[in-house]
Design a protein around this ligand. Sequence first.
Ligand code: GAP
Length: 458
Amino acid sequence: MEYNDVMQKIVSLAKRRGFIFQGSEIYGGLAGTYDYGPLGSLLKNNIKDSWLKKFVHSRTDMYLVDAAILMNQNVWRATGHVDHFSDPLVEDLKTNKRYRADNLIEDNGFSAVGLTPSEMTKFIQEKNILSPEGNKLGEVRQFNMMLQTKVGASEDSAATSYLRPETAQGIFVNFKNVVDSMNPKMPFGIAQIGKAFRNEITPRDFVFRLRELEQMEIEYFVKPSAWSEYFEYWKDEMMEWMTSIGLDMKKVHDVEIGDGDRAHYSSRTIDFEFEYPFGQKELYGLAYRGDFDLSRHTDGSGQKLQYVDQGEEGSDVFVPHVIEPTFGLDRTVLALLISAYREDTMGEEARVYLALSPKMAPYKLAVSPLLKNKPELVEKAKNLFGTLKSEFGNVIFDDNGNIGKRYRRQDEIGTPFCVVVDFESLEDDSVTVRFRDSGAQERVTIHDLISYFKEKLA
Ligand code: GAP
């Protein structure tokens, strides 16, 4: 299978089966925005649940917050986002269309790693790199990616606010609130899941590069001397979670980011890159942010953001250092769909299925009557559906088309098990359970079905 072929197939499956739609589609769309449909929303929530379970609920050192998207503009001045949160922009001199300069350089088979805007301008001229339309390009300059808005009825500059470009700052500005209200012991973390916004110059590659995205972030506060130990610890934790949700770990690579390429706040970063069909690119990041954010906000706000460690020999007052594991939710959805996408032949018929783990699959089970025009089968199947749904939640009743078509449809959305009520069921109170990946079938009595699936879905 060609790689771009896979991408096209995934985009088309995502739309056809209700995972992901173009944002504002009936109005021609809005670039860089996508809407998650019924199945995509379930998948996304399964990812969030699994993340919360591992990184928040099963730990005693993690505090969850849900901060506002709109923040005082001074937050972004203090952190340097107003001055530095930018990407290199270059303009087609004929059409005036704008592109990301580093992307254009890379699309032409070169590396833009470590190049400043003026070096990129020189490089583009030397290599005679043209716009996608074949026209000459202008000077490369920095373009700030924060989306600005005005809060309230006033139009003056004091009303300017930004839609947060990362969820992280909602955590840092609440550091003191969490310490004062929860009295956490060092080390501890604050976690948040939420939307972030970036005015990307060229949103592309489906939900890979969006203007409205969702992040799952942790800021883990440690004693300054302990940062490298926790950096390694979080690297392992991230890999463990990626494996647990079913990402294809052969496609995941950790890449140390060099000095010139790290974000302005980071003094060490590892990117977890994924082999997407359009190339190996960032999936998640792990950054050592030192005391950058807490110190900047102390300077900016005048509030002391520090930690007082009460030991037996007196108190130790310090500004904690921060390890930041960050996970893009939309890229997780995309990487999971790519990891799970399969084509094979079953019963001499080509089929597509998503080999999602039962925990990630939008529906855990599909319940069907063998024939939809036999009331006694339908009634028994509906009763069983009610029982299984109240036990397992995301269970679907499917009586569309014939049984073969239902299997194909459930395969395509990744439902791991189909339960079919047939004529034998009326006699012996048993049902057929059909497995998605192998197509194998097993007979199970209704009496045992809940414990049977509890084990299979664990
Ligand atoms: N707080 C640190 C931070 O925001 P980042 O590497 O800029 O770091 C974190 O972003 C994660 O957010 C990325 O690893 C990626 O998964 C996701 N992400 C970033 N920009 C994105 C975009 N335009 N569209 C979709 N996901 C994006």
